[in-house]
Ligand binder design. Structure first.
Ligand SMILES: Cc1cc2nc3c(=O)[nH]c(=O)nc-3n(C[C@H](O)[C@H](O)[C@H](O)COP(=O)(O)OP(=O)(O)OC[C@H]3O[C@@H](n4cnc5c(N)ncnc54)[C@H](O)[C@@H]3O)c2cc1C
Length: 297
């Protein structure tokens, strides 16, 4: 059995208290949310914080709040709450696609969206989802708040731009009309991390052409969305030929490494195939949203 190195533990009572504790204990302190990434790392001695600041009493960070032009999600929102939310399902089906294949119910009942994004594991499914939905990270520190794009928030594998005394408090998802989104993952067995996964979000103009599109891949060494694959679709009527071209370009842009999950060629093949599938499904969903809007109008 692996045992973490010794640490001190404190439960934060408010957001300001958590930030003050982070500030006081400096680089040696870490926040614990669901603990499903941090505690395994501590057991393996890959992380050795001297202070653990537990933010599980901060219920003010646990919310899913639809507004006219955006959906606001608190950093302490559990995977299971996202999976069970009718608002999330209606506005961003990609989140439901991804949550269904994240780990198992035990992990989903504790793990949080904030912890997932702060962990910045290159195989983390919600990072790709937030990238393609062009989400914003709301961060708070002793000096006040900052709003960061996902590009600004994620610096690289296991690295974010959070300062040691800052807390991720909220993620904001812009709501676009006539839009659809989808995520698909290939895993070795149910509940495993991705071999490769792909996500796409599409919004259509009134004439049915692609107004905006974002494509992202998980676990193939890419940060952010894949501009070269998106460009072929913008301003065009979505067709199977364009999905194929976008899949090919996404696969070419990917930088997978061979490991126990498979060789490079196999992962590139998955990147290609999964990109086509999510584009197809995202467009179908956008068309369905468009026809609902038309009927309501
Ligand atoms: C068996 C297993 C399988 C898994 N499979 C998958 C999978 O298939 N796909 C997937 O995407 N994920 C998977 N996960 C990870 C899971 O999604 C975790 O819930 C997630 O990585 C971390 O969330 P957490 O709340 O547990 O974070 P924690 O472990 O508590 O924290 C992770 C890191 O984020 C920091 N942190 C947490 N919250 C904040 C905050 N609000 N502000 C600042 N810093 C913060 C912590 O200090 C720590 O450094 C798996 C985990 C396990 C144990």
């Amino acid at each position: 059995m692996q045992i973490p190195a010794q640490f001190d533990y404190v439960r934060a009572s408010t957001i300001d208290n958590a930030i003050a504790l982070l500030d006081k204990h400096g680089e040696e302190a870490r926040v614990v949310a669901g603990g499903h990434s941090l505690l395994p790392m501590m057991k393996l001695r890959l992380a050795r914080p001297e202070w653990l600041i537990d933010i599980n009493d901060l219920f003010e960070l646990d919310f899913i709040l639809p507004e006219a032009t955006r959906l606001r999600v608190g950093a302490m929102t559990r995977h299971s709450a996202l999976l069970g939310s009718a608002d999330v399902a209606r506005l961003f089906p990609i989140v439901i696609d991804a949550e269904r294949v994240i780990a198992d119910p035990i992990v989903r009942n504790r793990g949080t969206i904030g912890g997932s994004l702060c962990q910045a594991d290159p195989a983390e499914d919600l990072a790709t989802v937030c990238d393609v939905l062009r989400a914003e990270a709301i961060v708070r520190g002793p000096g006040g708040g900052r709003i960061l794009s996902m590009d600004e928030f994620h610096k690289g594998p296991y690295e974010t731009s959070l300062a040691h005394n800052e807390l991720l408090v909220e993620i904001r998802f812009p709501v676009r009309p006539r839009s659809g989104s989808a995520y698909e993952k290939v895993e070795r067995r149910v509940g495993d991390w991705a071999v490769v996964a792909a996500g796409a979000a599409v919004s259509l103009a009134e004439d049915g052409t692609v107004d905006d599109v974002a494509i992202g891949l998980t676990a193939v060494g890419l940060d952010g969305t894949i501009d070269e694959a998106e460009t072929v679709l913008r301003g065009q009527q979505p067709t199977e030929e364009l999905f194929e071209e976008a899949g090919r370009l996404a696969a070419m842009a990917s930088l997978p490494v061979a490991d126990q999950r498979g060789p490079v060629d196999y992962k590139r093949h998955l990147a290609d195939e999964l990109t086509r599938r999510v584009l197809r499904r995202a467009c179908e969903r956008a068309l369905a949203a468009q026809s609902t809007t038309t009927q309501e109008g």
